[in-house]
Design a protein around this ligand. Structure first.
Ligand SMILES: [Zn+2]
Length: 291
């Protein structure tokens, strides 16, 4: 289980959400068998989704983050519920590209910069809230910061990290999002720049044994903070047979009849958890009849 914490300064002007998503991203790697750079891309997006998820008000609310910048990874997508449990996928899980100029996994190179970051918040209204900003870096954290600045007018500091072991398993993953609320004093920004500027990368701190509490406290050095919420978060898919059947029905009567005649059955895999759903000839006949 990962741990997500949300704090606010005692004067109520700055909030921080921090999360350790090591287990969540490890699960994503096990399901999708991603290469190192796509593990980092998907892991960072899952981490961001988890933190944005807990800012949603309703229990059934969810957020979807989607990036496609024309790079070799194709679409990277992550969905989180309002308790920070996330799931996701990447259209091309295996991308092998050289490290970037600073010797790190080239997430920006995998995602590409020619496209957009779409943030879709399903908050129980007829239509979801959709924010759409151009990808400015492809490293994801900068893109989340840009999204908040442009679409929600909230000054935000975002850090996201995934450390992949040489055997492709996940060593550490996590991140934080700091936001200035209205009426934040001018000096709060200077103080934050100072404390955040001194921080090592989140994954370095996590792999050195620091807890997410300690990381949040260090990021907010010089501020008095109070814990608002604490969540245990994990990679979680809520797919079920009914929903998969509904998706299958959308191909239409003709196509279903075709499948029945040719294959006598249909098999669908969930994009998020790879669970297999089998529909035999009787299931198909029933669906055809009901459409
Ligand atoms: Zn699933």
């Amino acid at each position: 289980m990962g741990k997500l914490l949300r704090y606010i300064t005692s004067d109520g002007t700055v909030s921080i959400i921090g999360v350790d998503t090591t287990d969540m991203v490890a699960k994503a790697e096990q399901i999708h068998r991603t290469s190192a750079v796509t593990t980092a891309a998907l892991g960072r997006l899952l981490t961001a989704a988890s933190m944005i998820g807990v800012t949603l008000k309703g229990e059934k609310d969810s957020v979807t983050l989607r990036m496609n910048g024309g790079g070799p990874s194709g679409t990277v997508l992550a969905v989180s519920d309002s308790f920070g449990n996330a799931r996701g996928y990447v259209s091309n899980p295996i991308v092998e590209i050289p490290l970037n100029s600073v010797g790190k996994l080239d997430v920006s190179g995998a995602i590409g910069k020619d496209g957009s970051l779409i943030v879709m918040k399903d908050i129980g209204m007829k239509d979801p809230y959709v924010g759409n900003v151009p990808i400015i870096s492809g490293e994801i954290a900068e893109d989340i910061t840009y999204y908040y600045a442009v679409s929600e007018q909230i000054p935000t500091v975002c850090a996201l990290g995934v450390l992949v072991n040489p055997n492709l398993t996940v060593k550490a993953a996590g991140g934080f999002i700091i936001q200035l609320l209205p009426f934040a004093p001018e000096e709060a920004i200077t103080k934050l720049e100072e404390s955040v500027g001194k921080l090592k990368p989140v994954t370095t701190m996590l792999s050195e044994g620091m807890s997410i509490e300690q990381i949040c406290a260090l990021a907010m050095d010089g501020f008095e903070i109070e814990l608002l919420d604490e969540y245990e978060v994990e990679y979680r898919c809520d797919c079920n047979r009914e929903r998969v059947e509904r998706a299958l029905r959308t191909v239409g009567k003709e196509e279903l009849t075709d499948i029945l005649e040719k294959d006598g059955k249909a098999e669908l895999n969930c994009h998020f958890c790879d669970k297999k759903y089998r529909f035999d000839a009787d299931d198909l006949r029933r669906m055809i009849k009901e459409i």
